[in-house]
Design a protein around this ligand. Structure first.
Ligand SMILES: [Zn+2]
Length: 58
């Protein structure tokens, strides 16, 4: 179960997107509204610019 890196809440909204055959996951914390991107398995944090690079490469 993923938790917010900021407030540790597990009350998250998670959306998976596949811009270029590689899934990424956008997560939003409902408790503090922190937002972040990870790979689809949730293991690797992505910077927004990494996500934009993936989209731009499509
Ligand atoms: Zn939070």
């Amino acid at each position: 179960m993923s938790t917010c890196g900021k407030c540790k809440s597990s009350d998250l909204v998670q959306i998976e997107l596949t811009p270029v055959g590689r899934s990424v996951r956008f997560s939003t914390c409902r408790a503090c509204e922190h937002r972040w991107w990870t790979t689809a398995d949730g293991d690797v944090a992505l910077e927004l610019r990494d996500v934009l690079d993936l989209v731009a490469a499509a």
